[in-house]
Design a binder for this molecule. Structure first.
Ligand code: NAP
Ligand code: ZN
Ligand code: ZN
Length: 353
């Protein structure tokens, strides 16, 4: 706790009901294994909003959100081997973990038994207090939790891969989604649109479920073979008991039973959305015919690098709307209205004076 710190500019929520506003935070001076990154772009995840507004009932204030970070290396510690000054680099949802438990050893740091250190609202092991995220001009992270940005990707559109990308890539890979399978993606937001792109790239037959009739054309353009407006009971009925796998990326209350019903024998519904309130499940929708319902959180560091490299090989990035940070409160209001096409990304140049 004796490290030297420097101030950087950021945007923070001071309370659950306050707008985000300029705020200066401390960043530690780079230690031997640390990388100091000048943040160029930060994606806007719905989790940022859930957390800042205390919808998960664990927020420590002030809260500086942001875990889809792309930047340039400004300084490296004496023992850093993966990066040099000037390299592009990226940071996702985690900045550390215990590194010794079975999950960490298996490359599943997100399931660290001692809990990973999240990029924001985590416990800062160096400076004390809470960690602060990417709605800021700079960050210092141990190189083990810093990703390489492959050549050839648009940098702003790469930022959302660090959460929306890995959070959909990982469960689709885990379920071994591929040719011959019928796969559903629920909700066309930041996560959902990456889910559609990955499921299509993996070779599955992809069906998008949306509550927004205005997103049907986009869904097809993004790679879905079929788009179903989920409020249309007849259209839903047609897909009864036919899916191998469905990924649910909805940010708010909704009826998961409607999607369990669409799974065939031994099919799986994986939840990645994290709404504030519990989602009731009817027992019989699981029992008949024998269905699975589980969840998935982001992905490990090695798999995140694998995902970035996959994206570079396949030309996959996020569809984004680039905003100055001064528009962040407006962007959050639009997220709540399901009005995002399909990820806001903050151009951090707007915060540098
Ligand atoms: P987002 O961009 O706001 O997208 C959410 C989408 O959900 C909306 O675009 C909308 O799609 C659908 N939706 C919203 N309200 C709905 C409602 N009342 N009923 C039905 N559908 C509704 O959010 P995101 O950034 O993709 O995040 C999605 C969720 O995943 C959030 O809860 C977030 O916290 C969580 N998350 C989890 C992880 C993880 O590790 N598991 C990682 C990141 C985020 P349509 O308009 O197409 O219906
Ligand atoms: Zn996120
Ligand atoms: Zn661990």
């Amino acid at each position: 706790m004796t490290m030297i710190a420097t101030k950087v500019q950021a945007y923070a929520a001071q309370r659950a009901d306050s707008a985000l506003a300029p705020f200066n935070i401390d960043r530690r001076e780079a230690g031997p294994s640390d990388v100091e990154i000048e943040i160029l772009y930060c994606g806007v995840c719905h989790s940022d909003l859930h957390q800042a507004r205390n919808e998960w009932h664990n927020t420590i204030y002030p809260c500086v959100p942001g875990h889809e970070i792309v930047g340039r290396v400004r300084r490296v510690g004496s023992q850093v081997t993966k990066f040099k000054v000037g390299d592009l680099s990226a940071v996702g949802c985690m900045v550390d973990s215990c590194r010794t438990c079975p999950s960490c050893r298996a490359g599943l740091e997100q399931y660290c038994l001692s809990f990973p250190t999240f990029t924001y609202n985590g416990q800062d092991k160096h400076l004390g207090g809470q960690t602060f995220g990417g709605y800021s001009t700079g960050i210092v992270v141990d190189e083990a939790f810093v990703l390489r940005v492959p050549e050839g990707l648009d940098l702003a559109a790469t930022a959302p891969l660090l959460c929306a990308g890995i959070t959909t890539y990982s469960p689709l890979r885990h379920a071994k989604v591929g040719p011959g399978q019928k796969v559903g993606i629920v909700g066309l937001g930041g996560l959902g649109h990456m889910g559609v792109k990955f499921a299509r790239a993996f070779g599955a037959h992809v069906v998008l479920f949306t509550t927004s009739p205005g997103k049907v054309a986009d869904g097809l353009k993004l790679g879905a073979h079929e788009v179903v407006v989920s409020k249309d009971a007849d259209a839903m009925q047609k897909h009864q008991s036919s899916f191998d796998f469905i990924l649910d990326a909805v940010s708010a209350q909704h009826d998961v039973n409607a999607y369990l019903n669409l799974l065939k024998l031994d099919g799986t519904l994986t939840l990645v959305g994290a709404p504030e309130h519990p989602l009731p499940v009817s027992a019989f929708n699981l029992l008949l015919p024998r269905r699975n319902f589980n969840g998935s959180a982001i992905g490990g560091i090695a798999e995140t690098q694998e995902m970035l490299d996959f994206c570079a090989r396949h030309g996959i990035v996020s569809e984004i709307e680039l905003i100055p940070i001064q528009k962040i409160n407006e962007a959050w209001e639009r997220l709540l209205k399901q009005d995002v096409r399909y990820r806001f990304v903050i151009d951090m140049a707007s915060l540098k004076s």
